[in-house]
Design a protein around this ligand. Structure first.
Ligand code: DAH
Length: 344
């Protein structure tokens, strides 16, 4: 008997597996489990058995019934899923389907650092100014006292746009825009994107970020600038970090300087990050050239000012120990996920 029932389940299974609709399934269900089914007729046979054999026989029939029911249910699910997958504009909402998991986003490390820089300067009394990424020769070069034959104007360095205009090569353009519009006293920073025709390498990218600072008032001196830089360095990188300025040249500042901070990795003793110099370059700085004031109609007999531009990527790389600038632009989720918790 047991063998016969096993055979019956096998038969039912092969019938069930070819069912392509719920109706097909109902027919098969009637065939194997209905009133006129073989299985059902066995219940009648049970009466002829001696009473001690009845329970085992009953269990066998019930188990067989359960097997067939399970097969029917399994196929029913498969048919439903198949129909869902095939339906062209899956407009029907199947509330029994599991949802689509979406994970929480986070801020990009450059955004985190930019906001941190904003906070530091806001705390030091600066306001935030913005300027356009697409600008012109006047704001990027002319008003910044840059001679017509200056190499930075070269096509090899600057992205010029068809029909005029250019992608700003530095955020110093915003100095010009602010001085055009507002009389001193001025105390602004301007963070933003810059563009240069540079090949990407571990420390260059054709798109990068700077934060510009400009302070114009009566009696502003180089020592004010130096003081501001060292305050910024110690708030951003810690009290032990010192800063220095070195003579340099920029067309729009006189005197001009480059500013360094003591190496945040080795503390100034020399390591790979600071190329064994103990110092890390942060950007350019200087006293606003009187020519710039003259071009923009600010009286250079009354006012003086300082300005500087810091590289935001450089600061992010130092803070987060990122060895290659390009990592910041690849958007590899394994890198970005490490900053998820740093929402600000
Ligand atoms: N604009 C310069 C650059 O991109 C950086 C700079 C130098 C900004 C001196 C300044 C400055 O404001 O005073 O290399």
């Amino acid at each position: 008997m047991e063998e016969e029932l096993k055979e019956l389940v096998k038969q039912a299974e092969s019938d069930i597996l070819v069912c392509a609709s719920y109706n097909d399934l109902l027919n098969i269900k009637a065939k194997y489990l209905g009133k006129k089914s073989v299985l059902n007729s066995l219940y009648a046979k049970m009466r002829d058995l001696p009473s001690e054999e009845r329970p085992a026989f009953g269990n066998l029939i019930n188990a067989t019934r359960k097997n067939i029911e399970d097969l029917l249910e399994k196929q029913n699910k498969a048919i439903k899923e198949d129909a869902w997958k095939k339906s062209e504009n899956r407009t029907a909402i199947d509330l029994t389907m599991p949802g689509i998991f979406s994970s929480r986003g986070g801020l990009h490390p450059l955004t985190i650092i930019r906001r941190e820089i904003d906070e530091v300067f806001l705390g030091l009394g600066f306001e935030i100014a913005e300027g356009p990424d697409i600008d012109d020769d006047f704001h990027n070069f002319d008003a910044l006292n840059t001679p017509p034959d200056h190499p930075s104007r070269n096509l090899a360095d600057t992205f010029y746009l068809e029909g005029g205009g250019l992608l700003r090569t530095h955020t110093s353009t915003v100095q010009v825009r602010v001085m055009e519009k507002y009389p001193p006293p001025i105390k602004i920073i301007s963070p933003g994107c810059c563009y240069r025709n540079d090949k990407p390498d571990p420390s260059h990218s054709p798109v990068f970020h700077q934060v510009e600072a400009l302070v114009v008032d009566k009696d502003i001196s180089l020592s004010d600038m130096k003081d501001m830089l060292s305050q910024f360095a110690s708030i951003m990188f810690g009290k032990n970090v010192s800063s220095r300025i070195r003579p340099h040249f920029f067309p729009f500042t006189e005197p001009s300087a480059e500013m360094d901070i003591s190496c945040v990795v080795c503390g100034g003793t020399g390591c790979r990050v600071c190329k064994y110099s103990g110092w890390i370059e942060m950007g350019g700085a200087g006293m606003v050239d009187p020519n710039v004031f003259d071009i923009l109609g600010i009286d250079s007999e009354i006012y003086t000012g300082y300005a500087f531009g810091l590289g935001i990527e450089r600061i992010a790389m130092l803070k987060y120990n990122i060895p290659d600038l390009r990592i910041l632009y690849e958007n590899d989720l394994r890198m970005l996920r490490q900053f998820k918790g740093e929402l600000r």
